[in-house]
Design a protein around this ligand. Structure first.
Ligand code: BYC
Length: 322
């Protein structure tokens, strides 16, 4: 995360009877399972995407976890606690899916804790007010669902199956977030202003969650050919904007984009230019919270060492007793 620049476009050059059979299975919409033959590049790409996804879920617990003790009511606190716990669960299903590809959880953890792994750029932004918690549910989980529903049809079985449950839970998260923002928008002028301020800060970073523009996406071509991805980054970004803008208008909020307008000819909401320099800076480790997030994760890992040691000692005791 700290030092990785965007690389050049990836292509698949592998051609062999095995590779041709593999592609034919993908084309026929067959699921690839852990013990099936697969090209090394397919395995690597899946480990890359699934592990980044798992890390995003786990790091994604931090911005919201920050508000558990300050939730405005017991009901809000219980819902937020459950949501943050769900995200941790998503990380666990995803690490398990990655492990079926021959990588260990320890290796993946090590990549994250040493700053060599990526996680979603969005979690490097701070949660300044309670309205941010509603806005994360509404927009961040909304964007996540848009990206993850097609992943339920990913060609790799364990990833696709994990996504089904994740999407159901994300859908609840999105609605609880929207309901928080709706409550604020129907509240006092100060509460509505808080919701507007959160939208102003989160809107553009949310649009970058879908990844770089298609022209700069290095993995899209191969991932689409292998049906890991079903839609390009730009296609999903547009779907998200089209679904979300009417929701924002229903809330009585204004999007921080003077160029946003409905294109009557296509029926799509056209949006202004995204600041890709900011996105690249966040990916290079220079977002507002990159350092804080990794430090918090490392601290949690160190403080949890005794739990891992105790679990291993207990497992060894059980084995010896058997
Ligand atoms: N942030 O070739 P591209 C959640 C990287 S968590 C950081 O287009 P690809 C939630 C990309 O990895 C949801 N890095 O890549 C949790 C690649 O770098 P590497 C997280 C990004 O893979 C808690 C390079 O840029 N969702 O929902 O074809 C609370 C070039 O990109 C980002 C997932 O992980 C980014 N935004 O497409 C609330 C979904 N974008 O690997 C909510 C699964 C791009 O070459 N992942 N990069 O070093 C995907 O669908 C795809 O990996 C992406 C990128 C669409 C993200």
């Amino acid at each position: 995360m700290y030092t990785q620049a965007l690389n050049t476009r990836e292509t698949t050059t592998e051609s062999s009877p095995d590779a041709d059979r593999f592609q034919a299975r993908i084309d026929a919409e067959e699921r690839i399972e852990p013990n099936d033959w697969m090209p090394d590049a397919y395995r690597r790409s899946l480990v890359r995407q699934i592990s980044q996804h798992a890390h995003s879920e786990v790091i994604g617990m931090l911005p919201e976890g920050n508000w558990i003790t300050r939730a405005p009511s017991l009901r809000r606190k219980a819902a937020l606690l459950a949501k943050v716990q769900d995200e941790g669960g998503h990380g666990l299903y995803l690490y398990s899916a990655a492990e079926t590809l021959g990588v260990t959880r320890e290796e993946l953890q090590d990549q994250l804790l040493t700053g060599r792994a990526r996680y979603s750029s969005i979690f490097n932004y701070p949660t300044l007010t309670w309205a941010d918690i509603g806005t994360i549910g509404w927009l961040v989980d909304g964007a996540a669902i848009m990206n993850q529903i097609p992943l339920c049809r990913c060609s790799y079985g364990p990833y696709a199956r994990a996504m089904i449950r994740v999407c159901r839970e994300e859908s609840f998260h999105q609605r609880q977030g929207f309901e928080i923002v709706l409550t604020l928008c129907r509240g006092t002028p100060e509460q509505k202003a808080m919701a507007q301020d959160a939208l102003n800060r989160w809107w553009w970073p949310c649009l970058t969650m879908f990844g770089p523009p298609d022209t700069d996406s290095q993995h899209s071509d191969t991932s689409m050919q292998w049906k890991i991805k079903r839609f390009t980054n730009d296609a999903l970004r547009q779907k998200f904007v089209d679904a979300t803008v009417p929701q924002g208008h229903f809330l009585g909020l204004t999007f921080p984009d003077p160029d946003l307008h409905l294109d009557e000819a296509t029926g799509h909401w056209q949006f202004g230019a995204i600041d890709w320099a900011e996105f690249r800076a966040v990916l290079a480790g220079n977002g507002p919270c990159n350092r804080e997030r990794l430090e918090a994760r490392r601290k949690a890992h160190d403080e949890g060492a005794w739990v891992r040691d105790a679990a291993l000692a207990y497992a060894a005791k059980q084995r010896n007793a058997a």
